[in-house]
Design a protein around this ligand. Structure first.
Ligand SMILES: C[S@@+](CC[C@H](N)C(=O)[O-])C[C@H]1O[C@@H](n2cnc3c(N)ncnc32)[C@H](O)[C@@H]1O
Length: 280
């Protein structure tokens, strides 16, 4: 049992979050739990988080367990997060793939922990803004996330004012979004390229098309080394030899798997499979 002044069963919470998402909740996250789970406590009619977790512990797995687990995910994101990945996408990756995939006129891009959809929307904006040559191509931006609430938000394509204030150039807001009351909705010219579904990166993966570019950004940091290794190993089969894998600024394949090489985009590194001999 965790030595802490909190009254609720943090060990149980930590265990179910780990089992269902692979996320490792550090001990200091104990204080976040009260805030994150407060709304679920109120909705459930429980008197406290202590009571809620005690009840859940004695019940078979159900919707409230799932909500608790999802609420403990960190969904922090923003449009054009870190900027340089999108510069590299625009200046190097897409121009290169435009030539290499000209014979099939098809591109598959995966936002593999899409949160509320800003990453997928940013990719779509880079394409629409800079690559008229891709008009008529079959472009599919697939966004997946473990949290049902996030996937639903992605499908709605609706963003609050404070969200469009983060990272989104003003001219893109005007060009690619419609005002809906206090929110902003992605225009069909972007949303028609995007598709969203729920998916747990740490469970079995569904059948997905081979990807040309994968944004696997700011999610591996929550996993232990074994889970990172499993995901990065599984990711190999999703990539062509010339596909790109993009990780978050605090994430790397180094010392985890030996199958990727870094591609230097000056202020940002992407990854590619080392063995270029197969699946071209
Ligand atoms: C910090 S956000 C990153 C969002 C976006 N990729 C970015 O870089 O801005 C992490 C996302 O990973 C999702 N996530 C956590 N564990 C996951 C898992 N096992 N499988 C799929 N998604 C997961 C969370 O729900 C959350 O939306």
């Amino acid at each position: 049992m965790l030595a802490s002044p909190v009254s609720f069963d943090f060990d149980y919470l930590r265990r179910i979050v780990r089992e269902k998402t692979a996320i490792v909740l550090e001990a200091e996250k104990v204080y976040l739990a009260e805030a994150k789970l407060g709304p679920i406590v109120r909705r459930s009619g429980s008197a406290s988080l202590t009571d809620l977790l005690r009840d859940l512990r004695s019940q078979p797995w159900g919707a409230t367990h799932q909500q608790v687990v999802e609420a403990m995910t960190n969904n922090e994101t923003s449009f054009f997060r870190d900027l340089y990945p999108y510069e590299a996408l625009k200046n190097r990756m897409l121009p290169e793939l435009l030539t290499k995939r000209a014979h099939v006129r098809e591109l598959n891009i995966w936002s593999a922990a899409s949160s509320s959809g800003q990453e997928a929307a940013s990719i779509a904006m880079v394409i629409r803004e800079n690559f008229r040559a891709l008009d008529g191509w079959k472009i599919r931006i697939l966004g997946t996330d473990i949290a049902a609430e996030m996937v639903n938000r992605c499908k709605e394509g609706l963003f609050a004012q404070h969200e469009v204030n983060r990272g989104l150039p003003a001219q893109y807001l005007v060009k690619y979004f419609d005002r809906v009351g206090l929110h902003w909705r992605l225009k069909p010219i972007l949303s028609e390229m995007m598709e969203f579904r729920q998916m747990n990166l740490s469970a079995l993966w569904p059948n997905l098309p081979t990807m040309d570019i994968v944004f696997l950004r700011n999610v591996l940091i929550y996993f232990d080394v074994d889970t990172k290794r499993t995901i990065l190993t599984r990711m190999k089969s999703m990539l062509r030899p010339d596909s790109y894998l993009l990780l978050g600024g605090a994430e790397t394949t180094l010392n985890i798997v030996d199958d990727y090489e870094r591609v230097d985009f000056s202020k940002f590194d992407a990854y590619r499979l080392k063995n270029r001999s197969s699946k071209a």
